[in-house]
Design a protein around this ligand. Structure first.
Ligand code: NDP
Ligand code: CA
Length: 302
Protein backbone atom coordinates (compact mmCIF):
# COMPACT_ATOMS: atom_id res chain seq x y z
CA UNK A 1 0.00 0.00 0.00
CA UNK A 2 1.10 3.61 -0.28
CA UNK A 3 -0.14 5.18 2.91
CA UNK A 4 1.62 7.03 5.66
CA UNK A 5 2.76 9.61 3.16
CA UNK A 6 1.35 12.60 4.88
CA UNK A 7 2.13 16.24 4.89
CA UNK A 8 4.35 17.12 7.77
CA UNK A 9 4.33 20.67 8.99
CA UNK A 10 8.05 20.58 9.60
CA UNK A 11 8.34 24.19 10.63
CA UNK A 12 5.28 23.96 12.82
CA UNK A 13 3.16 26.51 11.02
CA UNK A 14 -0.38 25.30 10.42
CA UNK A 15 -2.32 28.34 9.36
CA UNK A 16 -5.83 27.47 8.45
CA UNK A 17 -7.00 30.79 7.08
CA UNK A 18 -5.59 32.29 3.94
CA UNK A 19 -5.79 35.94 4.86
CA UNK A 20 -2.15 36.88 4.73
CA UNK A 21 -1.11 35.65 1.32
CA UNK A 22 -1.68 33.00 -1.26
CA UNK A 23 -0.94 29.35 -0.64
CA UNK A 24 -0.61 26.52 -3.06
CA UNK A 25 0.77 22.99 -3.13
CA UNK A 26 3.23 21.88 -5.80
CA UNK A 27 4.04 18.26 -6.56
CA UNK A 28 6.79 17.02 -8.85
CA UNK A 29 7.20 13.43 -9.93
CA UNK A 30 9.07 11.49 -12.58
CA UNK A 31 6.29 9.00 -13.23
CA UNK A 32 8.46 6.56 -15.24
CA UNK A 33 7.60 6.52 -18.93
CA UNK A 34 5.71 3.33 -19.68
CA UNK A 35 7.73 2.64 -22.83
CA UNK A 36 11.01 3.06 -20.97
CA UNK A 37 9.83 0.92 -18.08
CA UNK A 38 8.88 -1.93 -20.41
CA UNK A 39 11.53 -1.67 -23.11
CA UNK A 40 14.54 0.24 -21.86
CA UNK A 41 15.08 0.37 -18.12
CA UNK A 42 16.22 -3.17 -17.28
CA UNK A 43 14.68 -3.14 -13.83
CA UNK A 44 15.32 -6.35 -11.91
CA UNK A 45 13.03 -8.15 -9.49
CA UNK A 46 9.84 -6.18 -10.01
CA UNK A 47 6.77 -7.73 -8.36
CA UNK A 48 4.41 -9.36 -10.88
CA UNK A 49 2.09 -6.83 -12.48
CA UNK A 50 4.12 -3.75 -11.56
CA UNK A 51 4.36 -2.57 -15.15
CA UNK A 52 0.86 -3.52 -16.30
CA UNK A 53 -0.19 -0.18 -17.76
CA UNK A 54 -3.94 -0.61 -17.31
CA UNK A 55 -3.42 -0.84 -13.58
CA UNK A 56 -0.29 1.28 -13.20
CA UNK A 57 -1.90 4.32 -14.80
CA UNK A 58 -4.56 4.27 -12.09
CA UNK A 59 -1.92 3.98 -9.38
CA UNK A 60 -0.11 6.98 -10.88
CA UNK A 61 -3.34 8.99 -10.83
CA UNK A 62 -4.25 7.80 -7.35
CA UNK A 63 -0.87 8.74 -5.95
CA UNK A 64 -0.98 12.20 -7.51
CA UNK A 65 -4.48 12.88 -6.22
CA UNK A 66 -3.70 11.51 -2.76
CA UNK A 67 -1.55 14.58 -2.18
CA UNK A 68 -4.19 17.00 -3.48
CA UNK A 69 -1.73 19.24 -5.37
CA UNK A 70 -2.65 22.58 -6.91
CA UNK A 71 0.21 22.33 -9.40
CA UNK A 72 1.41 18.99 -10.77
CA UNK A 73 4.79 18.80 -12.51
CA UNK A 74 5.52 15.49 -14.17
CA UNK A 75 8.47 14.08 -16.06
CA UNK A 76 8.71 11.02 -18.35
CA UNK A 77 5.12 11.48 -19.45
CA UNK A 78 4.47 9.28 -22.49
CA UNK A 79 0.70 9.07 -21.88
CA UNK A 80 -0.18 12.74 -21.69
CA UNK A 81 -3.56 12.24 -23.37
CA UNK A 82 -4.67 9.81 -20.68
CA UNK A 83 -3.47 12.00 -17.81
CA UNK A 84 -4.87 15.14 -19.41
CA UNK A 85 -8.29 13.55 -19.95
CA UNK A 86 -8.49 12.37 -16.34
CA UNK A 87 -7.10 15.49 -14.74
CA UNK A 88 -9.15 17.83 -16.94
CA UNK A 89 -12.28 15.99 -15.84
CA UNK A 90 -11.54 16.83 -12.22
CA UNK A 91 -10.62 20.46 -12.65
CA UNK A 92 -7.02 20.67 -13.78
CA UNK A 93 -5.62 22.12 -16.99
CA UNK A 94 -2.36 20.96 -18.50
CA UNK A 95 0.50 21.73 -20.81
CA UNK A 96 2.85 19.18 -22.32
CA UNK A 97 6.21 19.39 -24.04
CA UNK A 98 7.70 16.29 -25.61
CA UNK A 99 11.42 15.57 -25.92
CA UNK A 100 12.64 16.11 -29.50
CA UNK A 101 14.01 12.55 -29.88
CA UNK A 102 12.49 10.67 -26.98
CA UNK A 103 13.97 7.21 -26.39
CA UNK A 104 10.38 6.01 -25.97
CA UNK A 105 9.72 6.07 -29.70
CA UNK A 106 12.37 3.39 -30.28
CA UNK A 107 10.49 0.91 -28.07
CA UNK A 108 8.04 -1.44 -29.78
CA UNK A 109 4.37 -0.60 -29.12
CA UNK A 110 5.32 2.80 -27.76
CA UNK A 111 2.74 5.54 -27.16
CA UNK A 112 4.79 8.38 -28.60
CA UNK A 113 7.54 10.50 -27.12
CA UNK A 114 7.86 11.22 -23.43
CA UNK A 115 8.20 14.71 -22.05
CA UNK A 116 7.39 17.09 -19.23
CA UNK A 117 3.85 18.04 -18.25
CA UNK A 118 2.52 20.77 -16.01
CA UNK A 119 -1.03 20.82 -14.66
CA UNK A 120 -2.66 23.49 -12.52
CA UNK A 121 -5.98 23.60 -10.71
CA UNK A 122 -8.33 25.65 -12.83
CA UNK A 123 -10.42 26.98 -9.95
CA UNK A 124 -7.29 28.13 -8.14
CA UNK A 125 -5.29 29.77 -10.94
CA UNK A 126 -5.69 31.68 -14.16
CA UNK A 127 -3.06 30.80 -16.71
CA UNK A 128 -1.32 33.98 -17.81
CA UNK A 129 1.19 32.33 -20.11
CA UNK A 130 2.99 29.07 -20.69
CA UNK A 131 5.95 28.23 -22.86
CA UNK A 132 8.53 25.54 -23.30
CA UNK A 133 12.12 25.31 -24.39
CA UNK A 134 14.41 22.69 -25.83
CA UNK A 135 17.45 23.06 -23.59
CA UNK A 136 20.73 23.96 -25.24
CA UNK A 137 24.21 22.75 -24.46
CA UNK A 138 26.88 25.08 -25.85
CA UNK A 139 24.15 26.69 -27.97
CA UNK A 140 23.15 23.39 -29.53
CA UNK A 141 19.72 21.92 -28.86
CA UNK A 142 19.73 18.85 -26.64
CA UNK A 143 17.10 16.19 -26.09
CA UNK A 144 15.83 17.74 -22.83
CA UNK A 145 13.07 20.30 -22.31
CA UNK A 146 11.69 22.75 -19.78
CA UNK A 147 8.15 24.11 -19.28
CA UNK A 148 7.55 27.54 -17.76
CA UNK A 149 4.14 28.85 -16.70
CA UNK A 150 3.02 32.12 -15.16
CA UNK A 151 -0.14 31.63 -13.10
CA UNK A 152 -2.35 34.06 -11.21
CA UNK A 153 -3.80 33.00 -7.88
CA UNK A 154 -7.51 33.76 -8.26
CA UNK A 155 -7.88 34.29 -4.53
CA UNK A 156 -5.31 37.05 -4.13
CA UNK A 157 -4.44 38.10 -7.67
CA UNK A 158 -0.78 37.28 -7.04
CA UNK A 159 1.29 35.98 -9.91
CA UNK A 160 3.47 32.92 -9.43
CA UNK A 161 5.86 31.20 -11.82
CA UNK A 162 6.25 27.44 -12.02
CA UNK A 163 8.81 25.65 -14.17
CA UNK A 164 9.68 22.01 -14.58
CA UNK A 165 12.43 20.12 -16.35
CA UNK A 166 14.04 16.71 -16.74
CA UNK A 167 17.77 16.97 -17.34
CA UNK A 168 20.01 14.55 -19.20
CA UNK A 169 20.46 11.20 -17.42
CA UNK A 170 23.48 8.98 -16.76
CA UNK A 171 26.75 9.15 -14.89
CA UNK A 172 30.17 10.44 -15.82
CA UNK A 173 32.16 13.64 -16.04
CA UNK A 174 30.94 14.61 -19.50
CA UNK A 175 27.33 13.95 -18.56
CA UNK A 176 27.74 16.04 -15.43
CA UNK A 177 29.18 18.86 -17.55
CA UNK A 178 26.27 18.56 -19.99
CA UNK A 179 23.77 18.78 -17.16
CA UNK A 180 25.56 21.84 -15.85
CA UNK A 181 25.24 23.47 -19.27
CA UNK A 182 21.55 22.57 -19.32
CA UNK A 183 21.23 24.11 -15.87
CA UNK A 184 22.67 27.36 -17.18
CA UNK A 185 20.18 27.28 -20.03
CA UNK A 186 17.29 26.58 -17.66
CA UNK A 187 18.38 29.57 -15.56
CA UNK A 188 18.63 31.87 -18.58
CA UNK A 189 15.25 30.70 -19.87
CA UNK A 190 13.48 31.02 -16.52
CA UNK A 191 14.95 34.48 -15.99
CA UNK A 192 14.00 35.56 -19.51
CA UNK A 193 10.41 34.41 -18.82
CA UNK A 194 10.26 36.68 -15.77
CA UNK A 195 10.85 34.01 -13.14
CA UNK A 196 13.47 36.01 -11.28
CA UNK A 197 11.22 38.94 -10.45
CA UNK A 198 8.19 36.95 -9.23
CA UNK A 199 7.58 34.07 -6.85
CA UNK A 200 9.18 31.07 -8.54
CA UNK A 201 9.03 27.33 -8.05
CA UNK A 202 11.38 25.32 -10.28
CA UNK A 203 11.17 21.58 -9.89
CA UNK A 204 11.85 18.32 -11.60
CA UNK A 205 14.26 15.48 -12.19
CA UNK A 206 17.69 17.08 -12.46
CA UNK A 207 19.41 13.68 -12.69
CA UNK A 208 22.09 15.12 -10.41
CA UNK A 209 22.93 14.43 -6.78
CA UNK A 210 23.14 17.48 -4.50
CA UNK A 211 26.93 17.82 -4.93
CA UNK A 212 26.83 18.00 -8.73
CA UNK A 213 27.77 21.38 -10.23
CA UNK A 214 24.38 21.86 -11.91
CA UNK A 215 22.64 22.12 -8.55
CA UNK A 216 24.79 25.05 -7.42
CA UNK A 217 24.53 26.57 -10.90
CA UNK A 218 20.75 26.64 -10.72
CA UNK A 219 20.72 27.90 -7.13
CA UNK A 220 23.22 30.70 -7.68
CA UNK A 221 21.92 31.90 -11.04
CA UNK A 222 18.26 32.00 -10.06
CA UNK A 223 18.74 32.84 -6.36
CA UNK A 224 16.72 29.79 -5.41
CA UNK A 225 17.05 27.28 -2.62
CA UNK A 226 15.75 23.79 -2.12
CA UNK A 227 12.42 23.47 -0.32
CA UNK A 228 13.43 20.21 1.39
CA UNK A 229 16.87 21.44 2.41
CA UNK A 230 15.30 24.59 3.79
CA UNK A 231 12.99 22.66 6.09
CA UNK A 232 15.44 19.82 6.83
CA UNK A 233 18.30 21.89 8.20
CA UNK A 234 20.19 22.09 4.93
CA UNK A 235 19.82 18.41 4.07
CA UNK A 236 18.11 17.00 1.01
CA UNK A 237 16.08 13.82 1.48
CA UNK A 238 18.29 10.68 1.49
CA UNK A 239 16.76 9.46 -1.79
CA UNK A 240 14.16 10.40 -4.35
CA UNK A 241 14.70 7.30 -6.49
CA UNK A 242 15.56 3.75 -5.48
CA UNK A 243 15.83 0.96 -8.00
CA UNK A 244 17.67 -2.22 -8.96
CA UNK A 245 19.07 -2.19 -12.49
CA UNK A 246 21.23 -5.07 -13.65
CA UNK A 247 23.19 -6.06 -10.57
CA UNK A 248 23.38 -2.54 -9.13
CA UNK A 249 21.11 -0.72 -6.72
CA UNK A 250 20.60 3.01 -7.29
CA UNK A 251 19.45 5.01 -4.30
CA UNK A 252 20.02 8.74 -4.51
CA UNK A 253 18.48 12.20 -4.53
CA UNK A 254 18.09 13.66 -7.99
CA UNK A 255 14.64 15.31 -7.84
CA UNK A 256 14.23 18.79 -6.37
CA UNK A 257 11.87 21.63 -5.69
CA UNK A 258 13.59 25.01 -5.76
CA UNK A 259 11.99 28.31 -4.84
CA UNK A 260 13.11 31.91 -4.72
CA UNK A 261 12.78 34.41 -1.89
CA UNK A 262 9.49 35.82 -3.18
CA UNK A 263 7.79 32.79 -1.66
CA UNK A 264 8.05 30.72 1.53
CA UNK A 265 7.88 26.96 2.01
CA UNK A 266 5.49 26.02 4.79
CA UNK A 267 5.74 22.24 4.67
CA UNK A 268 7.09 19.39 2.61
CA UNK A 269 5.79 15.91 1.89
CA UNK A 270 7.60 13.21 3.83
CA UNK A 271 9.19 10.50 1.74
CA UNK A 272 8.61 6.78 2.32
CA UNK A 273 11.00 5.01 4.64
CA UNK A 274 13.15 2.08 3.50
CA UNK A 275 10.55 -0.24 5.01
CA UNK A 276 7.78 1.46 3.06
CA UNK A 277 9.80 1.34 -0.15
CA UNK A 278 10.12 -2.40 0.45
CA UNK A 279 12.72 -5.03 -0.40
CA UNK A 280 12.11 -5.08 -4.16
CA UNK A 281 12.71 -1.29 -4.24
CA UNK A 282 10.91 0.73 -6.92
CA UNK A 283 8.68 0.63 -8.84
CA UNK A 284 6.31 -1.82 -7.15
CA UNK A 285 2.59 -2.28 -6.57
CA UNK A 286 2.56 0.43 -3.91
CA UNK A 287 4.72 2.99 -5.65
CA UNK A 288 4.09 3.30 -9.35
CA UNK A 289 7.44 4.82 -10.39
CA UNK A 290 11.10 4.32 -9.61
CA UNK A 291 11.06 7.98 -8.52
CA UNK A 292 9.28 9.18 -5.40
CA UNK A 293 6.83 12.08 -5.61
CA UNK A 294 7.98 15.14 -3.70
CA UNK A 295 5.80 18.12 -2.85
CA UNK A 296 5.61 21.25 -0.77
CA UNK A 297 3.22 23.92 0.39
CA UNK A 298 4.19 27.35 -0.89
CA UNK A 299 3.05 30.66 0.53
CA UNK A 300 3.31 33.95 -1.30
CA UNK A 301 3.19 36.83 1.19
CA UNK A 302 1.00 39.76 0.22
P1 NDP B 1 18.79 10.15 -21.28
O1 NDP B 1 20.19 9.73 -21.15
O2 NDP B 1 18.43 11.46 -20.67
O3 NDP B 1 17.89 9.02 -20.63
C1 NDP B 1 16.61 8.72 -21.14
C2 NDP B 1 15.88 7.97 -20.10
O4 NDP B 1 16.57 6.79 -19.75
C3 NDP B 1 15.71 8.81 -18.88
O5 NDP B 1 14.37 9.00 -18.70
C4 NDP B 1 16.41 8.04 -17.80
O6 NDP B 1 15.65 7.98 -16.62
C5 NDP B 1 16.58 6.66 -18.34
N1 NDP B 1 17.83 6.04 -17.87
C6 NDP B 1 18.82 6.61 -17.15
N2 NDP B 1 19.80 5.75 -16.88
C7 NDP B 1 19.44 4.61 -17.44
C8 NDP B 1 20.01 3.33 -17.50
N3 NDP B 1 21.18 3.06 -16.93
N4 NDP B 1 19.35 2.37 -18.16
C9 NDP B 1 18.18 2.62 -18.73
N5 NDP B 1 17.58 3.81 -18.71
C10 NDP B 1 18.19 4.80 -18.07
O7 NDP B 1 18.35 10.04 -22.79
P2 NDP B 1 18.17 11.09 -23.94
O8 NDP B 1 16.81 11.64 -23.93
O9 NDP B 1 19.31 12.05 -23.97
O10 NDP B 1 18.26 10.16 -25.19
C11 NDP B 1 19.37 9.34 -25.42
C12 NDP B 1 18.99 7.93 -25.14
O11 NDP B 1 17.88 7.56 -25.95
C13 NDP B 1 20.11 6.99 -25.49
O12 NDP B 1 20.85 6.72 -24.32
C14 NDP B 1 19.40 5.79 -26.02
O13 NDP B 1 19.23 4.83 -24.99
C15 NDP B 1 18.04 6.27 -26.40
N6 NDP B 1 17.91 6.29 -27.84
C16 NDP B 1 17.78 5.11 -28.50
C17 NDP B 1 17.69 5.10 -29.86
C18 NDP B 1 17.54 3.80 -30.56
O14 NDP B 1 17.57 3.75 -31.75
N7 NDP B 1 17.32 2.73 -29.84
C19 NDP B 1 17.76 6.32 -30.64
C20 NDP B 1 17.85 7.50 -29.88
C21 NDP B 1 17.92 7.46 -28.51
P3 NDP B 1 15.95 8.90 -15.30
O15 NDP B 1 15.92 10.33 -15.70
O16 NDP B 1 14.84 8.49 -14.41
O17 NDP B 1 17.29 8.48 -14.80
CA1 CA C 1 13.67 7.03 -15.76
Amino acid sequence: SMQSLSYDTVNGSTNAACNDGGRFRVLTWNILAQALAVGHDNFVGLPDGTLNWTARRLRILHEILLYDPDVICLQEVDHYNFLNACLTAIGYRGVFCSKPDSPCIYVVNNNGPDGCALFYRNNKFDLISASSRILEIWRVQSNQVCIFATLRLKETGQQVCVATTHLKARQGALLSTMRNEQGKDVANYVAACGGSSKPLVLCGDFNAVPTEPVIETVKSRLFVESAYAKLFGGEEPPYTTWKVRGDAEYCHTIDYIFHNSFCDIESVLMLPTEEQVGPSRLPNLGYASDHIAIACDVKVPL
